[in-house]
Design a protein around this ligand. Structure first.
Ligand code: NDP
Length: 341
């Protein structure tokens, strides 16, 4: 994507965790120029209030109104382990409907490029590590989330068949676990980091133990939402493949849920007892992803440590994670009454 005039970039799911980070990245004065909004670009961030993308007519009206040149498709039914286990049919159907509508309408409206969002949790359960972009369809996903996983895998199939039959430039990114400001901090259906932040907050406030589901031993790679948003802008402007690309910190930056909990405890200045409820499921033990493809394109990409303004290499360090957690906890505390239910 070069410097074009009158470019409409439509972002579905623009009110979510990644959507908000994208809004911040393209407009922030702190952002490197290559990730900022360019003149001639009109970015439109949708929320579900603009239309239910599961509904073909509503989705169609949105395309008719905005006539997008590019689409970043983030809208999805998203949730943590327990919500995924309980509502498999909803995760399958809602995501299939949204993805089919967005991708087909993008073909009808001659959209120049669509970037959709997959996830590392859609990869085969029984696999070798690290996982890479070529392994998505190599075996069944983990049984805890296969409704979500199969719906997401089909995006990759749609991208390929629409490219082969119609020449559409539809591609996808595969982020690892994302965390950051504006996340879903619900106690019931959130991802691990926002859920733990909320639980720790309540434990501190009520002087009760901070009880964490599972053993704490699973390993995960976490990417800060702002870093992902920057890489998403790069994908929009530079990435030309139909094949997906994993956007993740390196394998060496995989950490345990126990490490995560410890950092949240520190950031929250929690002084009470921490309990592990091992009667609860752990989910997949690990899903280590390789970011070698990303590194092959962006060997010098620097993550910005916005607490100090220091630039650091793509090899994200535990230190950055700690700063990201700190900023996320600070945002949570400042916005608890307004945005967190
Ligand atoms: P969020 O849950 O924060 O936001 C979801 C977005 O989708 C919201 O803007 C929401 O609108 C919108 N949405 C949901 N249902 C509909 C609908 N029926 N019609 C229209 N809009 C709808 O998601 P994230 O930002 O966390 O995730 C974005 C993408 O990244 C998703 O595709 C997800 O699968 C993927 N992903 C996320 C990961 C994570 O750790 N969070 C990890 C890997 C991939 P509203 O706010 O109005 O409800």
């Amino acid at each position: 994507m070069l410097n074009e005039e009158n470019v409409v970039i439509l972002v579905t799911g623009g009110s979510g965790l990644i959507g908000k980070a994208l809004q911040r990245v393209i407009t922030s004065e702190d952002t490197e120029k290559k990730f900022s909004k360019r003149s001639g670009e009109n970015w439109i961030f949708l929320s579900s209030a603009d239309g239910d993308l599961r509904d073909q007519d509503q989705a169609s009206s949105i395309f008719k109104k905005h006539k997008p040149s590019y689409v970043i498709h983030l809208a999805a039914l998203v949730g943590g382990l327990y919500k995924n286990m309980k509502f498999k049919a909803d995760f399958y159907r809602d995501n299939m409907l949204m993805n089919e509508n967005i991708l087909h309408l993008s073909k009808v409206y001659n959209v120049k490029k669509v970037i959709s969002c997959l996830s590392t949790c859609i990869f085969p359960d029984k696999t070798t590590y690290p996982i890479d972009e070529k392994m998505i369809h190599d075996g069944p996903p983990h049984e805890s989330n296969y409704g979500y996983a199969y719906a997401k895998r089909m995006v990759d199939i749609i991208n390929k068949v629409y490219n082969e039959q119609y020449g559409c430039q539809f591609t996808s990114i595969i982020p690892t676990n994302i965390y950051g400001l504006h996340d879903n901090f619900s106690l019931e259906d959130s991802h691990v980091i926002p859920g733990l932040i909320h639980k720790c907050y309540l434990a501190q406030k009520n002087n009760t133990p901070f009880t964490i589901s599972g053993s704490g031993s699973p390993l995960r790679q976490f990417i800060y939402s702002k870093d992902l948003a920057e890489l998403l802008v790069w994908t929009l402007r530079e990435y030309k493949e139909i094949e997906p690309i994993i956007l993740s910190v390196g394998e060496e930056d995989e950490i345990t849920i126990k490490n995560v909990a410890e950092e949240i405890v520190k950031a929250m200045k929690y002084t009470g007892k921490v309990d592990w409820d091992t009667s609860k499921a752990d989910g997949q033990h690990k899903k280590t992803a390789s970011n070698l493809k990303l590194r092959s394109y962006l060997p010098d990409y620097k993550f910005t440590n916005f607490s100090t303004g220091t630039n650091l290499q793509i090899k994200i360090s535990f230190k950055i994670f700690v700063l990201g957690i700190k900023e996320t906890v600070e945002w949570f505390l400042a916005n608890f009454d307004k945005e967190v239910k």
